[in-house]
Design a protein around this ligand. Structure first.
Ligand code: ADP
Ligand code: MG
Length: 603
């Protein structure tokens, strides 16, 4: 419900602007509105990739070029085509389709190009992705300039049936907004945004970054191709330069000014920048105000765009709209819906007695042995503690178990599944969830969405995923703040949220890397009782790393002690406390540790 309202708000903003332009400024206004709707389609298409993956693309000008020329050729009257493009290859000539019939072919061609280029581009991120997309733009532009038989080269390509109907282009823009919104809220949209915010954390949920980016790229590319076709039909005559750097620059400015993380941002950005462009264009020819005369300035519009982007980056880096969509507060609908129902029952049936077994794992970094021949097992239904001083190799061990790092020797297996040669996401799918020592939440998502994405990644339908997310949030006392952006939560809540997200994966094994670090004693106490309940009620195996030895002592059934990469002791908390090696090592670790271990609190 809230999602629909948010889409409606964005569509509403566009409708109001188009109406205002046409009513207030007559023919000029209508012309601006027509171009504005095409820009909305193009920028929304661009933002499907850029907003959801966080990578900027210069390559969408390439898709627009392909769309404009292809649609132009398919719809051009045959007689005109004979004179304008006498050497056009036979299979392209003489179709004379209507625009509406041509568009599905255009979209398919765009999708084809996106699939081919996506195999390379979706592997990249940030600067390297941006440069690769720039390469795509340059290549397609050069081809368009040199393929004279098809494009008339750098000469004007004319004879393209013109679209003058604002309603047609407006409808296209609205459809684009709805597609982009549906994608953004779909599981694939969430996966792409999770990868954007933290690739390692997303991978730890079983999301494959390449696939998430690939789908965003393909959808975005196909949409941009259609937007290019629309642009071509609005212009009627164009050349490869019409879709080159200045257009690409203007569209990126629109997207960033509005805020690229939301569809509403793309739309608001187009409206704001279109207004700016048109006002400044009027001044370009020079003007005089109260005796002050400004001469004709060529390129004033581009300067204004540059200033707009600088101002936005300085004053409001997330754009005018910000991280979230226009409209009602995120997730309030879903939460209200569930709060009226009874709380869904936990669907984590006891999983039986499984063991996660590590044997002989070793790992060195540049000659420093971080983990040296470690063997241990984590049974379900129990909490296994892992303690040791800083640098003992505890985090590295988790990274080896989940295959974030490749082990130099040894293996990890659970039942019949040997993790040694499995890709990371396959290990996760076997039921191994983890948290990170340094908080790694998806900061651009709400608390609720952080957990929802984990349930989606496990393969649940939306309904089940929402129920699981709410169940886990409730279990960790986060339901009331579920609609808040994860980044804005207090520290203790963020730490709990990370555990909640891991639990939403319905894991058999939960590996927690210092979940209580930085918490105050009351928060630690609260977390201990919640973890205790989870471990026992759901028959999950928990590997609990922590510095707070009282915390581990209280919860763990068995404790493994590491020091300098070696396992130095293993046993019940009591055995470990009296172990000579541990005492010796602990004296070396300092007084705090010593006091903590000698005075365990009882449950
Ligand atoms: P702990 O979690 O017990 O504090 P870590 O596993 O983080 O210990 O680190 C163990 C040792 O491995 C440390 O000496 C650390 O500097 C080193 N180490 C861990 N990760 C890396 C890495 N990615 N590159 C180089 N050295 C690393
Ligand atoms: Mg660590």
């Amino acid at each position: 419900m809230a999602n629909r309202l948010r889409s409606a708000t964005t569509v509403g903003v566009l409708l109001v602007s188009v109406l205002a332009l046409t009513l207030l400024f007559g023919n000029t206004g209508e012309r601006i509105a027509l171009q504005m709707c095409v820009n909305v389609a193009a920028v929304v298409a661009l933002a499907v990739y850029c907003g959801n993956t966080g990578n900027v693309s210069f390559g969408h000008g390439a898709f627009m070029t392909i769309g404009a020329y292809l649609s132009g050729i398919l719809t051009m009257p045959t007689a005109l085509q004979g004179s304008a493009l006498p050497q056009l290859p036979k299979f392209l000539a003489g179709h004379e389709l209507t625009v509406l019939v041509a568009l599905p072919f255009v979209a398919t061609a765009g999708l084809g190009v996106a699939i081919l280029t996506g195999f390379a581009i979706a592997r990249l991120k940030e600067a390297s992705a941006a440069i690769a997309t720039l390469g795509l733009l340059i290549i397609v532009h050069s081809i368009a300039v040199s393929a004279r038989e098809i494009t008339r080269g750098s000469q004007t390509f004319y004879g393209v049936p013109r679209i003058t109907d604002t309603l047609f282009v407006l409808s296209a823009a609205v459809i684009f907004i709805l597609i982009a919104r549906a994608y953004r809220e779909s599981r694939w949209g969430f996966f792409a945004r999770a990868v954007r915010d933290d690739e390692d954390a997303a991978t730890a949920l079983g999301i494959v970054p390449f696939r998430a980016r690939f789908i965003a790229w393909c959808l975005s590319g196909a949409m941009a191709t259609v937007a290019g076709a629309l642009q071509g039909h609005v212009l009627g005559a164009f050349s490869p330069a019409s879709f080159y750097l200045s257009l690409v620059f203007a569209q990126i400015v629109m997207m960033i000014v509005g805020g690229m993380s939301s569809v509403g941002g793309a739309v608001v950005g187009v409206i704001a920048v279109t207004m700016l462009q048109n006002s400044v264009r009027n001044l370009e020819g020079g003007f005089s105000v109260a005796g002050f005369v400004l001469p004709e300035v060529f390129g004033l519009t581009t300067v204004a765009l540059g200033l707009a982007i600088l101002l936005i980056i300085w004053l409001r880096p997330q754009g005018i709209v910000g991280m979230f969509e226009l409209g009602p507060e995120a997730d309030s609908g879903v939460l209200r819906k569930f709060s009226r129902r009874s709380e869904p029952a936990s669907n984590s049936a006891p999983v039986g007695d499984e063991q996660l077994v590590v044997s002989g794992l070793s790992k060195s970094f540049a000659g420093v042995t971080a983990v040296n021949d470690i063997s241990l097992s984590v049974p379900t239904g129990q909490i296994t503690g892992l303690i040791g001083p800083n640098g003992a190799g505890k985090s590295t061990l988790i990274n080896l178990m989940t295959r974030q790092y490749n082990a130099d020797a040894g293996r990890t297996h659970m039942g019949m599944a040997d993790f040694t040669h499995l890709p990371r996401h396959a290990v996760i799918r076997r039921g191994v969830a983890r948290s990170f020592q340094n908080l790694r939440l998806f900061h651009g998502l709400t608390a609720f969405e952080n957990v929802l994405v984990a349930a989606f990644a496990t393969g649940h339908t939306r309904r089940t995923a929402e129920a699981i997310a709410l169940r886990e949030l409730t279990a960790f006392d986060l339901a009331d703040i579920a609609g808040m952006q994860a980044e804005k939560l207090p520290y203790g809540a963020r730490k709990r949220l990370e555990i909640t997200r891991a639990l939403a994966q319905d894991p058999t094994m939960l590996l927690l890397d210092e979940p209580a670090a930085g918490m105050n004693p009351a928060e630690t106490e609260d977390l201990a009782s919640r973890l205790d309940a989870v471990g026992r009620n759901r028959n999950i195996g928990i590997l609990l790393i922590d510095h707070d030895l009282r915390f581990v002592n209280r919860l763990a059934d068995r404790i493994v002690v590491m020091n300098r990469g070696h396992k130095i002791a293993e046993g019940t908390p009591k055995e470990v406390r009296t172990n000579a090696h541990v005492i010796e090592a602990y004296i070396g670790w300092g007084r705090t540790a010593q006091t903590a271990i000698s005075k365990p609190i009882t449950v």
